[in-house]
Design a protein around this ligand. Structure first.
Ligand code: GAP
Length: 488
């Protein structure tokens, strides 16, 4: 990461903490690695992102419905899905520093270094060898590559490595009070399986016809060994997943459609289109016949935000095998029973949140010849902004606070609005800019005479005089979800 990007990313993280978006978990005890809490504004922004996803997936599609499955599931679910046996990372330890690393990540970093140094042939050869070793789950080969490429531990600087071992990423716990009767259960590592096991329930109770989708938002847990880059890779995170069930043979058509739909959705949030790209998976999982990531260019490089996978009938067929229940659908159009194929769209809510922070946070220099000035601003789309408007009496006397509170009371049932009377009006504008509030409503002496206020716009900093009676309509037009939907 360049120094400039590194500095920018650090300022995003400290801004997020300073203004109540994201805090390290249990910080008074020095935090818990890779676990974060969302603060008073973070939760509003996160809820708005969830709402936008839910509306665009469930509300706008007649053939997609939502569910909310439990985090705990029958343990056989994870046998069937392959997570018990196969949800592993290849790890090794450095015997001197006692630090643990992911073997594939050490090699990826070496590839990036070769590329940066212009050694593109070496980078390509190592990438090919890494891909092959990963797809063959060839742990000795990964260890050999680390040796051959002289990879040292960043902490101890030595090459004193252990063998590479598989490390399962699922958290487990015991269910049941009696130790001898307790059953081992897992904290789900993805929300998708809650959808697959409910396929028949939803299809039958909702009289759903293929093609149809089931969407879900919820927590997922992974014991990530290497956790870094703030909320990018967490041990407890949230996913927004949708499984779209289709007739076998039509899956690749739907896969292309969902690829296009999801990229458009990301772009509708207002980010720079050059910061988004598709990354096709070269080594497909054994059950997939196509897979792509939507990547965003974070300050630390392009990284996955969402995966779109054509998962064939793997999951439903596995659950049929392990549960003994038929996971079939009778398709009246073709007069056949079959296990539907699935296109999955799976987005990490926390990563999405981070794209929004990186897209919107700016330190602006507003200096003129006469005066030095600057501001921190979050240029969030008004529909996503945690606070839609701030109502600010120019002074704390002469009936202005009362008039401002009257306006607040009219708006607060429909919008999250703030009242602020402390400090100069300029300082109050800056505080609202820093949290992304799109509008400030200033109540002054003229307001008492003619029922008008100043409406200040965050991005342009322009001010206009508007009637108090028009405020609800103006705000409603500007913060409407429709402004985002229009771009889909
Ligand atoms: N059901 C498919 C599935 O879970 P995945 O690629 O492992 O696929 C999907 O995860 C998305 O979940 C990723 O694109 C990412 O946005 C998010 N995600 C995965 N692991 C994460 C973690 N440790 N912290 C934050 N987000 C994560």
């Amino acid at each position: 990461m360049s120094k400039q990007n590194d500095d920018y990313f650090k300022s995003v993280i400290s801004h997020a903490k300073e203004y109540g978006f994201v805090f390290p978990s249990s910080e008074i005890y020095d935090g818990l690695s890779a676990v974060y809490d969302y603060g008073q504004l973070g939760v509003e922004l996160k809820n708005n992102l969830k709402q936008y996803w839910w509306k665009s997936m469930v509300q706008l599609h007649e053939n997609i419905v939502g569910i909310d499955a439990a985090i705990f599931m029958h343990p056989t679910t994870w046998k069937a899905s392959g997570h018990v046996d196969g949800f592993n990372d290849p790890m090794l330890d450095n015997k001197d520093s006692k630090k643990r690393y992911r073997a594939d990540q050490l090699l990826e970093e070496k590839i990036a270094r070769y590329t940066k140094d212009g050694k593109t042939d070496k980078a390509a050869a190592l990438q090919e060898a890494l891909d092959k070793a990963m797809s063959d789950s060839d742990l000795p080969r990964l260890r050999a590559l680390i040796e051959e490429h002289n990879i040292v531990c960043p902490v101890s600087g030595t090459r004193n490595w252990t063998d590479v071992r598989q490390f399962n990423l699922m958290f487990s716990t015991q269910m049941g009070a009696m130790a001898d009767e307790a059953e081992q259960v897992y904290l789900r590592p993805e929300t998708a399986q809650g959808i697959f096991v409910n396929f028949l329930n939803v299809q039958k109770s909702g009289r759903m016809k293929v093609p149809f989708g089931i969407a879900q938002i919820g927590k997922a847990f992974r014991n990530e060994v290497i956790a870094r880059q703030f909320i990018m890779r967490m041990r407890e995170f949230e996913q927004m997943e949708m499984q779209f069930f289709v007739r076998p043979g039509t899956e690749l058509e739907w896969y292309e459609k969902w690829k296009e739909t999801r990229l458009k959705w990301h772009l509708s949030l207002g980010g720079d289109p050059a910061k988004y790209r598709f990354h096709d998976h070269v080594n497909l999982a054994h059950y997939a016949n196509a897979a792509v990531d939507v990547e965003y260019e974070f300050p630390f490089g392009f990284k996955e935000v969402e995966g779109i996978h054509s998962r064939t009938d793997f999951d439903l067929a596995q659950h049929q095998k392990f549960s003994g229940k038929k996971m079939q659908y009778f398709d009246p159009e073709v007069g056949q029973n079959y296990i539907p194929y699935v296109i999955e769209t799976s987005i990490g809510l926390d990563r999405l949140f981070l794209t929004i922070l990186c897209n919107s946070f700016e330190e602006q220099d507003l200096s003129t010849e006469d005066k030095k000035d600057s501001r921190s601003v979050m240029r969030l789309h008004p529909a996503l902004a945690p606070v839609k408007a701030a109502v600010l009496p120019l002074t704390r006397k002469d009936g202005l606070p009362e008039k401002a509170r009257e306006i607040l009371d009219r708006l607060k049932f429909d919008y999250n609005v703030q009242y602020d009377e402390k400090d100069s009006i300029g300082k109050r504008y800056r505080r609202q800019d820093a949290i992304g509030t799109p509008f400030c409503i200033t109540v002054d002496y003229q307001s008492l005479e003619d029922e008008t206020v100043t409406l200040r716009h965050r991005d342009s900093m322009e001010q206009e005089r508007v009637a108090i009676a028009d405020l609800e309509r103006i705000i409603s037009d500007l913060v409407s979800w429709k402004n985002l939907f229009d771009k889909l």
